[in-house]
Design a protein around this ligand. Sequence first.
Ligand SMILES: Cc1ncc(COP(=O)(O)O)c(C=O)c1O
Length: 488
Amino acid sequence: MQHTGTTFAGNPELLVELRRQHKLPLRAQLEDGLREAARSGRLSGGARLPATRALAADLGVSRRLVVDAYAQLVAEGYLTARRGAGTYVSDAATAASAPAAAVESGALGVDFFPGFPDLASFPRREWLRAVRDTLATASAASLGYPDARGALELRCVLAEHLRRVRGVVADPQRIVVCSGTAQALVLLARALGQPHLAVEDPGLPPHRAILAAHGARLSALPVDAEGARVAELPRVAAQAGSLDGVLVTPAHQCPTGVALAPARRAALLEWAATGSGFVIEDDYDAEYRYDRAPLGALQGLAPDRIIYLGTVSKTLAPALRLGWLVLPPALVELVVEQRNLADHGAPTLEQLALARLMQSGAYDRHLRQARRRYRARRDALIDAVARYHPGARVTGIAAGLHAIVRLPHSFEVAALMRAAAARSVGVYPLALAYMRPEAHDDGLVLGYANLSESRIELGVRALAEALAELSDGVGANGGRRRRAPAPA
Ligand SMILES: Cc1ncc(COP(=O)(O)O)c(C=O)c1O
């Protein structure tokens, strides 16, 4: 069936849209469409795909293009090819995306969870190659107990990468590889011996919980439109007795999305230089920046006072559980000791595979593609909010993988989440990121990276319907509208 500029495959189970004028090549569009169909459950596990010749004819493209697209998705694990028997959707592809597949079944269909990159675009083929090459070449000695600092190969590659991309002063001897930022915080809380830390408020509740579970005492450092209110550190320290450090997200405050203002960066460096405490710089998603000049890591300006944390959870996938600390020399042995006491170190083969992926250029390539994709998704979110939520403001959009949507009215948090969930939409109130959640209720933290543009629109529209229901006071769960307090 041909439309002007758009082609649909006629098979009712296989709705793939190809746009001739689109900037993405047709093959990439076809691959995206098939991935999306498998992820969303429109194509169920075990479903047989049309023969390449039939699909090519249906779409008006060359058979070679379809053959190549199928081969790519077989390599990524979405499809399986049975010799002489055709190509099928793999069970793993649909099982992994159960939430997306369950719009109709009542589970979350459009989940704006802010913690994910686009999981479907994990570079499976490149990772597979890196793992295969690692296994083929790793020495027998490398299969013994690891160096608790991490594999030297990875630390060398990371040092070069962080210097080049983030301006980090990163000697491999200062790097400790860890199981994501989460474990970095565990190791720090233990190495610093029940430290008293200031943490951004709002911030990331699981990180506060991890620090507290490992003995840290926490005080709130307020955040405004210029990032953490660094000038309040002396007051926070005085109230706490003293501070051992402050945990910040300068490149992209989590969750408000603002960058720490230049004057505050300077003030924070000054605070650290006076020996008041360590700055813990969580650089979790600095790779994604859309309409603003690059901001180097603070660590490069005071490497002896700043503890730098990085992770692959936003660049590759949280499932890898790989991250790193770049430490002031005085802390290296203390942290390594804690890593030894915890589990002797990170799995070596994955570290070597990551080193290969980075060295081969595949990591940088993946990031370049991801940046383009996320920018388009961010724009789709902004457009959809403008269309379906007149009067709402979208902020924190210059970087990262999520945005803050401030609604023109505020809602009771639980009622809002229930109303959205009833329409199969997962939303995350900004209120929950505060240390005293009940005090704030006018914003939503919406992650867009793991949702296609069409699902973003679907979710934002469904959210508008849910809010309209709440506003009318006819929400099944009794939600009610209140006037919004003036946004901060
Ligand atoms: C502020 C912040 N830091 C770090 C991370 C990554 O944590 P991890 O490396 O433990 O997956 C996240 C993930 O959402 C985050 O929001």
